[in-house]
Design a protein around this ligand. Structure first.
Ligand code: SF4
Ligand code: SF4
Length: 481
């Protein structure tokens, strides 16, 4: 099959199976296509092959993620948590610094480095270590004159005003795990004594005065399926929202054959809600999803920017995770999965193992006939491992969901672009701005490279973040002197 069709009012959207491109055609054009010519497909680049990278190239990854498994200790016992066994091994700052240095050396041409000390527990249990890591990131940014940005996700129970001040002073960006309204959240996110955590978390969130950079990380399970309700609720507090569906395993209440139909319906309702709000002039909901690392939001962004991805993720290729026992894994969720262990702090990255991961992530022959191939990118190795005991299996339930989200993202694009070009352009600009956040800040680099500049990277960035006007003044003075 060369293309699939999606009904769109009295027209049809054709989606190329070869490269994921789309066109909107009327019934006459469609009939012509059925009986004779493929010209319309050729003219609209629906038959072009996508050039894919065959050999792993570390320079391909412009943003490199360095994850530090600082601890697996946690003060909560979420029902869907993969981590059932916790040990007391803690990482120290010397080890953390060495790993940051090693990975930066491994990817000297990256434009930006993100350091994530979340681990598989609650990072704020050792706030001193987390702040030391934040301080080291600043030091490293000044040394290499590129951004080394610390970012973490906390369960929010320990996010007191003092903790917020310390995190901000150390330059650490943070998001909070919260699953929506109290009832939905407290059914899974509980303390060890079984009590819900929602009240404490919400109190802490409300106490944060400046929430402009605050993100919500939502785990979607059977208990919080009402996505519109979740969005309405969280949009009051968070400018960025990321919803991630969790696959059902051993009765953890995730997505499975029994609830996939309903989950898809909930996503359809969410999409209609987003369309209604967006066309009504309220762009806060769509921005929240685009700003976060949301599943549907990511698909919408890629469809709008016509972005094609070659691998599902950068695990083990541009993303590395150091465990407390000094072993290196492909990503934080891979800790303790032997197949995804790719080295150690002492021996560095095992190139052969890394090549093995590249092969799994880049060989997507199983996705060949899927229209979502270049937007979805393939199955998560962790989902595959926990569902099938292998890192390279497809998961039919998750594929069903992702193809549904892919089609919803396409419909969202065509509805908005056909009904309000101005709003569509604003969303497109938002998507470009989001992408720019994941590449080098050219303006900052220009100012930094100016021979008259006396500021360090972190000083200049602070000036730019707090007052664009002052930054521009400073930039123009140094360039005209
Ligand atoms: S993982 Fe599934 S949904 Fe994603 S591209 Fe492959 S077949 Fe399609
Ligand atoms: S393997 Fe899965 S969990 Fe790990 S980075 Fe890739 S998508 Fe994320």
């Amino acid at each position: 099959m060369i293309y699939e069709t999606i009904d769109f009012n009295d027209k049809k959207i054709l989606v190329s199976v070869i490269n994921g491109n789309q066109i909107l055609i009327d019934q006459n054009q469609y009939q012509k296509l059925l009986v004779s010519s493929l010209d319309i497909l050729k003219e609209n680049h629906m038959l072009d092959n996508i050039r894919e990278l065959r050999i792993y190239d570390p320079n391909f990854f412009k943003v490199v993620y360095i994850s530090l498994h600082t601890s697996s200790q946690c003060n909560m016992a979420c029902t869907y948590c993969f981590k059932k066994m916790r040990d007391k091994t803690q990482m120290n700052i010397v080890v953390a610094k060495r790993f940051v240095d090693d990975i930066i050396k491994l990817h000297p041409n990256a434009e930006k480095y993100i350091v994530d000390p979340t681990g598989s527990g609650e990072p704020l249990l050792d706030l001193d270590l987390i702040c030391d890591i934040g301080d080291y990131c600043k030091q490293k940014s000044d040394e290499i004159r590129k951004e080394v940005l610390p970012m973490l996700v906390t369960n929010g129970t320990l996010l007191t005003s003092d903790a917020v001040d310390r995190l901000r002073k150390a330059g650490i960006l943070f998001g909070v795990s919260i699953d929506g309204i109290k009832k939905a959240h407290d059914s899974s996110r509980i303390y060890y004594n079984g009590l819900g955590t929602h009240r404490t978390i919400l109190k802490n969130i409300k106490n944060i005065k400046d929430r402009t950079l605050l993100g919500a990380a939502v785990t979607l399970t059977d208990s919080n399926k009402d996505l519109v309700q979740t969005m309405k609720y969280l949009n009051k507090y968070f400018p960025a929202i990321s919803v991630k569906p969790v696959r059902s395993l051993n009765g953890n209440g995730g997505i499975c054959e029994d609830n996939i139909k309903e989950i898809k319906e909930q996503y359809s309702k969410l999409c209609s809600f987003l369309v209604k709000k967006t066309l009504g002039g309220d762009l806060s909901y769509i921005s929240a999803l685009l700003n976060g690392d949301d599943y549907l939001g990511k698909f919408i962004l890629r469809i709008i920017l016509n972005q094609k991805i070659q691998t599902r993720c950068d695990a083990g290729l541009g993303r590395y995770s150091l465990a407390a026992d000094r072993k290196i894994y492909t990503c934080p969720a891979a800790i303790d999965i032997k197949e995804l262990e790719i080295g150690s702090l002492e021996t560095g990255i095992d190139i052969q193992k890394q090549q093995g991961v590249w092969k799994v992530l880049s060989d997507r022959s199983k996705c060949d006939q899927c229209i979502a191939k270049f937007v979805c990118g393939g199955e998560c190795m962790i989902t595959s491992y926990y569902a099938h005991g292998k890192i390279d299996e497809m998961d039919s339930v998750m594929c069903d969901l992702k193809r549904h989200l892919f089609k919803l993202a396409i419909k969202f694009k065509y509805i908005i672009s056909s009904q309000n070009e101005c709003i569509y352009r604003a969303i497109m600009n938002g998507c470009i701005e989001k992408m720019n956040r994941f590449s080098e800040d050219k303006e900052l680099k220009e100012a930094l490279d100016n021979p008259l500049n006396h500021y360090s990277f972190t000083e200049l960035k602070k000036i730019k973040d707090t007052s664009k006007e002052n930054f521009m003044k400073l930039k123009s003075v140094s360039t005209t002197k």
